[in-house]
Design a binder for this molecule. Structure first.
Ligand SMILES: Nc1ncnc2c1ncn2[C@@H]1O[C@H](COP(=O)(O)OP(=O)(O)OP(=O)(O)O)[C@@H](O)[C@H]1O
Length: 304
């Protein structure tokens, strides 16, 4: 899956929104990638380009070596979108069998039911299911065509914690078969726990791309705090790794890119009274990356 300089603009002249503003992204076969961003960051628009539901104004999108439209028609792509589809009054089994019959190389119906974790209510009517059960049926619908790539737009937005866990277990089972998964989310933990790679989107652009660990290292600063015990604060910003610091009363808080190096130097200076280190969080990194004037990075990789 390759986005090359993709741009999608909405609205009339004077009120244009560049929902996707020059995205370049390559996803390898077998990867699970989270598109992480705030409301309105451009995730759904990027997904709509990926599924051929919208055409880019500039740039290109290729999926499994084809146009998105061709890839979807060939049954290579399954999708779960945010918009609620009308709920049919048929059983789960009937719905999945019908959807599977519309694809050239479908998954066996029992396999799709099993993978999505809906076998136990296969004979229940769809309009009688709970929200969590319904979401898993929607996942079974996305799997029915036996796609190589599945695209999920905020798949767990309406689910409670338990339903979320069950959902992600199913998704990971699908990914373990060597399939590719691209999902959008605002939940940092969800991206960190379920994706091999997190692509942070902000104002239509990619502002970070890497593992949760790599993003924390690149953008999240650890904090090292200690009691000044009457010392001067002069030169604190020159300590190894330190980016900024603040002082409250007699306590200094250093924001550092390399907490080990900062601590070693503080120890050498014998400034270790009340020393505390708190590691960078993904949340802090996310907030840094989506703050105004964030930078961009995106490695090139083999395409799906
Ligand atoms: N059909 C449309 N017409 C006009 N503007 C749109 C349209 N679709 C999206 N936008 C605008 O494009 C921007 C990106 O929206 P998009 O839905 O892609 O963001 P998102 O990251 O998916 O947000 P959310 O997490 O809230 O779903 C927003 O400013 C949105 O208002």
């Amino acid at each position: 899956m390759v986005f090359t300089g993709a741009v999608k603009t909405f609205g009339r002249a004077g009120q244009r929104v560049r929902a996707v503003d020059g995205i370049g992204l390559t996803v390898e076969r077998g990867e699970t990638v989270a598109l992480l961003g705030r409301n309105g960051a451009g995730k759904s628009t990027a997904i709509s380009l990926l599924l051929g539901l919208n055409e880019p104004d500039a740039g290109t999108v290729r999926v499994l070596g084809r146009t998105p439209d061709q890839a979807v028609r060939a049954g290579l792509v399954g999708a779960m979108l945010q918009e609620g589809q009308p709920i049919p009054r048929v059983t789960v089994q009937e719905l999945i069998a019908f959807v599977a019959s519309t694809y050239p190389r479908p998954m066996p119906v029992a396999g799709a039911l099993d993978l999505a974790g809906v076998t136990e209510y296969a004979n229940r009517r769809i309009d009688k299911l709970s929200g969590g059960q319904l979401q898993r049926v929607r996942f079974a619908v996305a799997l029915a065509g036996n796609p190589e790539l599945i695209v999920l737009d905020e798949p767990t937005a309406a689910l409670d914690v338990e339903a979320r866990h069950t959902f992600w277990d199913s998704m990971r089972a699908y990914a373990r078969r060597g399939n590719t998964v691209i999902f959008s989310t605002h939940y940092l933990e969800e991206a960190d726990e379920n994706a091999d790679r997190i692509v942070v989107v902000d104002r239509g652009r990619i502002v970070a791309d890497g593992s949760g660990e790599a993003i924390k290292t690149a953008a999240g600063h650890s904090q090292v705090s200690f009691d000044l015990a009457g010392r001067s604060t002069e030169g604190l910003e020159l300590l190894p790794g330190v980016v900024t610091f603040e002082v409250t009363g007699d306590r200094a808080v250093l924001h550092t890119e390399d907490s080990d190096a900062t601590v070693v130097e503080l120890a050498r200076l014998n400034a270790i009274r009340g020393l505390q280190v708190s590691q960078a969080s993904l949340e802090a990194a996310f907030l840094t990356l989506t703050a105004p004037a964030a930078g961009a990075s995106r490695p090139e990789k083999e395409a799906v």
